[in-house]
Write a protein that binds this ligand. Structure first.
Ligand code: PGA
Length: 415
């Protein structure tokens, strides 16, 4: 019997960083234990697979312990394809409705962790699609709003910092922490007092507009850039599907108390890219507006990466469509949007081939682990979107430093 045979699989209910129920799975491969829990989104795209079967997390746990465990015992985990094929045979639906995408994700990740331990290699090597390992640039959420914060916060979901020209990963990581810290001080100064309250991803959630937030973040980024001596970029995740009212066909800005038409929304995005010198724009329009995305890509040329999250939902077939229409220049890869790691890998492979910037991303509700960073390095992610502060975010950032120790701190991805 090969040493990478799955010997046991067991699931349980635990909680994510937002305090929501989630599934955690233990897999024993040979003599090694792999344990992984699934994340969850709040600004969840309509194209994502089902997270759980009807009956929720409890039902998913029961399915694993009563059925999947038996099916998986004896499967050779030396290749994740074997494991996922066994799961596919049990749930043949494309949207994982019978067992849930989060169940698939937790099983696949736990198996990969156990197998990599048993073989004696790091997880990023076990799941690799390239041998040219690079450390992705950390894209950090500094000021947040939208669905990740309460009433009165910026309408755009995330105002982000990215240490574009950091010479090594140590300084890259430090830059985001400094930007976060300094932004707290500036918010207090410019808003006449601030509680330092934070949203779901650890970003400050002030009662202010997107525009004011961007002004403050621009100031913080410029100051830290000067201090550290390299360029730090500013980005946004508009999460525009959360603003979109499909009945009215308008983008609703509740903090600003106004509504924008599609054309006004495009104008607003282009204006802010210019005014605040944004280098990264995620989901500027609602999740079905491929043509609108193409218009923005065309207008911005190389000025900023136009990244698709809800537009694609890590789905390889939709990704091919978006590439054909020239709707994006960057792709968010959130493995639990498709459940199967092999599908996320396919999306990563396509984006690398087609010169689309792969951005491996956390969710707003995360387990407090650092495995996502291994997936980013394994899949050639040029950017790791994992937040800045909060234990579940720092776990991923610290993993960048540990992997840096192995492959070299200066082996950093360039856009
Ligand atoms: P989510 O968004 O709420 O869908 O996880 C998180 C993000 O895009 O950073």
């Amino acid at each position: 019997m090969s040493e990478t045979i799955i010997r046991d699989v067991k699931a349980r209910l635990v909680y994510n960083s937002r305090g929501e129920e989630t599934i955690e799975v233990d897999v024993i491969v040979g003599r090694s234990l792999g344990r992984a829990a699934a994340p969850a989104g709040k600004s969840k795209g309509g194209k994502e697979v089902f997270y759980y079967p009807e009956g929720g997390v409890e039902e998913a746990v029961k399915i694993v312990n009563d059925n999947l465990s038996r099916i998986l015992k004896g499967v050779d985990a030396s290749n994740i394809v074997n494991v996922e094929d066994a799961l596919r045979r049990y749930d043949e639906s494309i949207d994982c409705r019978k067992i849930g995408g989060n169940t698939v994700f937790a099983i696949s990740l736990a198996t990969s962790i156990a197998a990599s331990k048993e073989i004696g290699i790091p997880l990023y090597k076990y799941l690799k699609i390239t041998d040219d390992f690079k450390l992705p640039l950390p894209l950090g959420n500094v000021i947040g709003g939208g669905k990740h914060a309460g009433r009165g916060a910026p309408d755009w979901q995330e105002l982000l910092s990215i240490p574009l020209e950091a010479p090594n990963i140590k300084l890259a990581v430090k830059a985001n922490f400094k930007v976060h810290e300094y932004t707290g001080k500036l918010l207090d100064k410019h808003l006449g007092g601030f509680t330092l309250g934070k949203g779901d991803e650890g970003a400050y959630a002030p009662t202010t507009t997107t525009e004011k937030g961007l002004e403050i973040l621009r100031e913080a980024v410029d100051k830290v850039s000067d201090e550290l001596g390299f360029k730090i970029g500013l980005g946004v995740d508009v999460a525009a599907s959360s603003l979109w009212d499909p009945r009215e066909k308008m983008y609703v800005y509740s903090t600003e108390g106004r509504k924008l038409t599609r054309e006004q929304q495009i104008e607003r995005v282009l204006e802010y890219v210019d005014r605040f010198n944004l280098c990264y724009v995620e989901d500027p329009l609602e999740e079905d507006d491929f043509d609108g995305f193409s218009e923005i890509v065309e207008s911005l040329k190389e000025k900023a990466i136009v990244c698709g999250d809800d537009l694609i939902a890590t789905n390889p077939a939709i990704l091919r469509e978006a590439i054909k229409k020239k709707s994006i220049t960057g792709l968010i890869i959130k493995p639990n949007q498709v459940g199967f790691l092999t599908r996320a890998i396919e999306a990563a492979e396509i984006s690398r081939r087609e010169n689309i910037v792969p951005v491996v991303s956390h969710r707003s509700g995360e387990p407090p682990e650092g495995y996502l960073t291994h997936l980013a390095v394994a899949w050639g992610g040029k950017i790791l979107k994992a937040g800045i502060v909060g234990g579940e975010r720092v776990a991923k950032i610290n993993e960048l430093l540990r992997i840096g120790e192995e492959i070299g701190f200066e082996k950093i991805a360039r856009l």
